[in-house]
Design a protein around this ligand. Structure first.
Ligand code: PMV
Length: 334
């Protein structure tokens, strides 16, 4: 996928943007291999403020990540030991400057409404918010697709794997049907989405689980191909059911998707406990969201209080999250 040329003009002095976290509704793992997924943005956001500075350096403060005035000379971006928390920002800035060289440097401050442990996609949200902020600061007027290309390249450089569904969600927002790498980004128009979210209390390592699925795929290619095509089928049926706001069907498709994920061996006892508890409390359906192993499960249902309480009793933490939120936006500029 080629990167489009970027023409930048000096524009603003200070810009604040924000981008949402996400939850994967359907298509987890299969999306890495070219199958579709459905992802929704959540109303928990990461805010990024950027300001120009004369000196050719990057200065980053991310209090939520315990970083205070981390500084790097522009000529050394991407070199030396980069703390994990900084790697997405530093890589993105370096890629941005290759395409749109600037004279001075930049001061960045990030503020997150959610912990990076939840699996809400803090890395993609911060990367997207930062890319949008740079576009505004330097008057680049990047299109959504250009922001995607820049961010996806940064994520692949840092992580090596990933479908980019989380980046697309942070950019386009709401609920989208997605095929990697933004080959298809189709909004699913919904009146609302009665989603309930339970945190397992365990931080999952997405890259490790994605690699485990890749290994399983090497060992048992036909078995995994069959599961992926079943997931694709479920995802396509879910798109139709979502568009019809047919929650009962969406819920039972979530249950079917969970069966596939269990066959891939990416769920966990804790996630299964929370999923079963949510279903028993009246949810239309429930599944893990994302790579699995930990992070969050999601349930669809209207009996929020009962389901939240059942998740709590099963040892999870119900999260106060609203789905179908807006994508990246400019909050402030001067
Ligand atoms: O664990 P999360 O929330 O980052 O989701 C990972 C989803 C996968 O499909 C497993 C990987 C990907 O990049 O699509």
């Amino acid at each position: 996928m080629g990167i489009l040329p970027i023409n930048c003009k000096v524009f603003m002095n200070k810009v604040t943007t924000s981008a949402p976290g996400k939850l994967l509704l359907f298509g987890d793992h299969a999306v890495v291999y070219g199958h579709p997924c459905i992802v929704t943005s959540i109303d928990q956001r990461i805010q990024v403020t950027v300001e120009k500075q004369k000196e050719r350096k990057l200065t980053l403060s991310a209090p939520d990540l315990g970083l205070v005035e981390y500084t790097k000379h522009i000529d050394e971006l991407g070199q030396k030991n980069i703390p994990k928390a900084v790697s997405f920002i530093e890589t993105l800035y370096s890629l941005f400057l290759q395409r749109c060289p600037q004279e001075g440097g930049i001061v960045i401050e990030t503020k997150s409404a959610f912990s990076s442990s939840f699996g809400f996609g803090s890395s993609s949200a911060v990367t997207v918010a930062f890319a949008q902020a740079l576009s505004e600061l330097y008057g680049c007027q990047l299109s959504k697709l250009e922001v995607f290309q820049l961010c996806y390249q940064a994520v692949i450089t840092v992580q090596g794997v990933g479908s980019g569904f989380d980046i697309a969600s942070a950019i386009w927002g709401k609920t989208i049907y997605y095929v990697t790498p933004a080959k298809v980004v189709e909004p699913i128009v919904l009146p609302e989405l009665p989603l309930i979210v339970g945190y397992s209390g365990i931080k999952a390592d997405t890259a490790t689980i994605v690699r485990a699925v890749a290994e399983l795929r090497m060992k048992k290619p036909e078995f995994v191909a069959e599961i992926f095509s079943e997931i694709e089928n479920i995802t396509n049926r879910a798109r139709t059911a979502l568009l019809a706001a047919d929650w009962q069907t969406v819920g039972s498709l979530m249950n079917e998707n969970q069966v596939c994920l269990e066959k891939l061996d990416v769920s966990s006892k804790k996630l299964n406990d929370l999923i079963v508890a949510a279903r028993n409390a009246g949810a239309y359906g429930a599944k893990l969201s994302g790579a699995g192993g930990g992070d969050c499960m999601i349930a669809l249902g209207e009996k929020k209080e009962q389901i939240d309480s059942a998740i709590g009793k099963a040892g999870g933490e119900s999260m106060n999250v609203r789905a179908h939120a807006d994508g990246v936006r400019v909050d402030f500029k001067e």
